[in-house]
Design a protein around this ligand. Structure first.
Ligand SMILES: Nc1ncnc2c1ncn2[C@@H]1O[C@H](COP(=O)(O)OP(=O)(O)OP(=O)(O)O)[C@@H](O)[C@H]1O
Length: 736
């Protein structure tokens, strides 16, 4: 991968000046790779030295420092290894003669000992004009040059003169490096998302470099680069706020595991490794929910009322026996005493399992007093010390008290809630019988994605059992000072100081580490209570109210990037007409919105019928403007007998040509056809897409048809048996 020749042969060039420029730039590029190799060698040596030092010796502090050094060296090494492809992609020539090369990572001249920057990281402020300068606003630049490379070889150059006021605007909302952008957009897709560092557009750059504090919502139509922009933003934030974010990590939430596979190479390629990728169904460690609820159940489980329902289900496990407690001839407590013990325990405002010890102690004391009275014995200090413990050792007493305040796991609670009609009715009295019937199921049924936020809610209300709480409290006390100091720093950096709902103590609790031996991403992934430094939510329009609660619990500083398109909402639990509806309940006054307006994926000929479907069925939603033109119009293939399997297998059917290919079909038939459902296709793209039965997709939901029609980068084929929806048919015939 490393040892390319000093100056490789030049690509054929007719123009002598171009050949000369190519030659000079190739020499510089080769020099930059030499710096990269040297930096890699240094990182490897540091890593090896850290490995030799490792071991149990020394003080706790010294061990910690060694481990942190080793972890930092490993990260640096991984970052340097990840930037081999497209190391340098741009050059800026300033009016004052300064020349800067822009790349995936920053490099300095260590060999000369000057540590002068030789390559500027794309996220650094000095690189910003590469993305934002226009002829109208050149920002001190004379020229922007795009370098095209394959491996370590320079294959082409693209120059833009920025100092000529007379230059025309370049059209299309100030696209930078149009030639470079269009070349990038026309490339064949590989099935994995690529980075776009070389061609980030100005409206995307604004999102990427927005400040860390607060929640930023990015609304944009299909193909506007929401995902790619959000991932570049994660990389930018990790670079700019490394001290905070590297230690806390960044969580990226996507709609499906297929989608997460599609994007998982982007951040390492941008030089970032401290990122955890999860679907909402994977947010609760130890539970992997893959089953989906039906639409009715999804709506019921996702609604904000479920927070109350879970709370009431916990309370239903703290009963007061109607006739008081009878555990033996001399062991009786009145209903009132039981009720007082319960109210006192609830008054602690601790999670259920953590308040149990107090409840047990109160009731055992009362039982011991009742026993002494009933037996005519004095209740002295001696009796008070021994009697409660002796009572607790009696199995009937234990069983009796367990019934009044049992240890509960989230799994038990949610399983019971949906399998015990009486518990469900008591916990969710506001739900109609039909709604309740929609969520009832046999005990022990597999977990669905909609259960995960409820398990999380339950875990929050139940807390842990006594033994593990004690262990955590002790561990926390040992490091409390450190954590408080650190949390205070986080509040300052994220601009949350002065927020009445957050203080350093609370943050310190949420930021408790479990040890330095694993990477941040590994530790974070296994810890339900991990507080991330930043959370990116993709396809955010799909999240239910309960899912939002689970997500926000993981980011107490409320530093989020939320990207989505309200017009693409497929989930019945997510359906909303504005972001305010989705966010105002949990983030009142704490989010702001940016918009992306240009579609970089779908050519205009494919976007036109998709936009017609949007306008006809979701008035009020605006389709994005397609930037690409391809001559190919969508192909319509009637399948008179409705035999889609044969139609898909027929040699005359698509795909024609090479590249990636996807088939999207209505939920009912997708598996049998080996096709993707709309849910599975969310966020993905293919060079060629075949959409099966558009009318059935429309019946599933207008957003489903819109999503399916906007997945293709080049070719769209529609197979249909039932007539095409009128708006789609008219647009395909070329009528509005
Ligand atoms: N500045 C850019 N330079 C090059 N390619 C880009 C740029 N912006 C977006 N793209 C490309 O456009 C395509 C669509 O981007 P992306 O998947 O991020 O869009 P999206 O808004 O998330 O779409 P959807 O809502 O349909 O999921 C991707 O192939 C992406 O690489």
């Amino acid at each position: 991968m490393n040892g390319s020749p000093a100056v490789p042969p030049l690509p054929a060039a007719t123009d002598a000046r171009l050949a000369e420029a190519l030659h000079a730039e190739q020499a510089r590029l080769t020099g930059l790779y030499a710096h990269l190799d040297a930096a890699r060698e240094r990182a490897r040596r540091t890593l090896a030295a850290a490995g030799r030092e490792a071991g149990p010796g020394g003080t706790h502090q010294a061990r910690l420092e060694r481990e942190l050094r080793a972890a930092e060296a490993a990260r640096r090494s991984a970052r340097l290894d990840a930037v081999e492809r497209g190391l340098c992609f741009g050059r800026l020539d300033h009016r004052d003669g300064t020349v800067r090369y822009i790349g995936r990572i920053g490099l300095t001249d260590a060999a000369a000992g000057t540590y002068e920057p030789v390559l500027v990281d794309w996220r650094a402020p000095a690189a910003r004009p590469f993305y934002t300068a226009t002829p109208a606003e050149p920002g001190g630049l004379l020229r922007r040059r795009h370098l095209h490379t394959r491996g370590r070889v320079l294959t082409g150059l693209d120059d833009e003169a920025l100092d000529l006021a007379a230059l025309d605007e370049g059209g299309r909302r100030g696209l930078v490096g149009e030639a470079a952008l269009l070349a990038a957009l026309d490339r064949e897709r590989t099935g994995r998302m690529a980075t776009v560092v070389a061609t980030i557009q100005a409206e995307q750059d604004r999102v990427i470099r927005a400040p860390l504090p607060g929640a930023l919502v990015v609304q944009g139509g299909p193909g506007t680069g929401k995902t790619v922009t959000a991932l570049h933003r994660a990389a930018y934030l990790l670079y700019t706020h490394r001290a905070v974010l590297e230690r806390r990590g960044v969580l990226v939430i996507g709609p499906s595991t297929g989608f997460l596979r599609y994007i998982d190479q982007v951040l390492p390629a941008l030089g970032e490794t401290e990122v955890v990728l999860r679907t909402v169904g994977e947010l609760f460690p130890g539970v992997r929910a893959t089953a989906e609820d039906g639409p009715a159940a999804a709506v019921v489980k996702g609604g904000p009322w479920m927070a109350d329902a879970v709370r009431r289900a916990v309370e239903a496990h703290q009963p007061v026996p109607a006739g008081g407690l009878h555990l033996g001839e001399h062991l009786r407590l009145s209903r009132r005493v039981c009720a007082e013990a319960r109210e006192a325990a609830r008054g602690l405002r601790l999670p259920h399992n953590e308040a149990r010890a107090f409840f047990l102690r109160t009731v055992l004391d009362a039982l011991a007093v009742a026993q002494a009275l009933s037996l005519g014995r004095p209740y002295d200090e001696e009796e008070a010390r021994h009697a409660p413990r002796e009572l607790w050792e009696q199995p009937e007493v234990r069983a009796g008290l367990d019934a009044l305040w049992p240890v509960l796991t989230p799994h038990q609670l949610i399983d019971r809630l949906f399998s015990d009609p009486a518990l469900l009715a008591a916990a969710a009295p506001g739900l109609s019988p039909t709604d309740r019937a929609a969520v009832l199921r046999p005990a022990g049924a597999p977990w669905t994605t909609g259960d995960v936020p409820l398990l999380d809610e339950a875990a929050e209300l139940l807390g842990e059992d006594g033994a593990s709480v004690l262990a955590r409290v002790r561990a926390a006390e040992r490091t409390l000072d450190d954590e408080l100091a650190y949390a205070d720093g986080v509040l300052t950096v994220t601009g949350q100081q002065g927020d009445a709902t957050l203080d350093a103590g609370l943050l310190a609790g949420r930021f408790r580490d479990t040890g330095p031996d694993r990477t941040t991403a590994e530790r974070a992934a296994g810890d339900r209570r991990w507080a991330y430094g930043h959370v990116v939510v993709d396809e955010a329009q799909e999240l239910s109210a309960m899912a939002w609660r689970a997500v926000l619990r993981r980011v107490p500083t409320r530093s989020l990037t939320i990207v989505g398109d309200l017009a693409q909402t497929a989930s019945p639990a997510g359906a909303r007409s504005s972001w305010a509806e989705a966010l105002d309940r949990e983030l009142p006054g704490r989010w702001r919105e940016e918009r992306l307006t240009v579609n970089y994926r779908t050519p205009a000929a494919i976007m036109a019928p998709a936009a017609a479907v949007l306008r006809a069925h979701m008035p009020g939603q605006e389709p994005p403007e397609a930037v690409r033109e391809t001559p190919e119009r969508p192909r319509v293939v009637p399948v008179p007998d409705g035999d889609y399997a044969t139609a898909l297998a027929a040699p005359a059917a698509p795909p024609a040509g090479s590249g990636t290919f996807g088939v999207i079909a209505p939920d009912a038939g997708a598996a049998a056809l080996g096709a993707l459902t709309v849910r599975e296709a969310k966020g993905l793209e293919f060079d060629a897409v075949t959409v099966v039965d558009p009318a059935a997709l429309l019946a599933q939901g207008a957003a489903d048809l819109y999503v399916a029609l906007t997945r293709a980068t080049r070719r769209l084929t529609l197979l249909h048996h039932t007539p095409l929806p009128p708006a789609l048919a008219a647009a395909l015939r070329g009528r509005p």
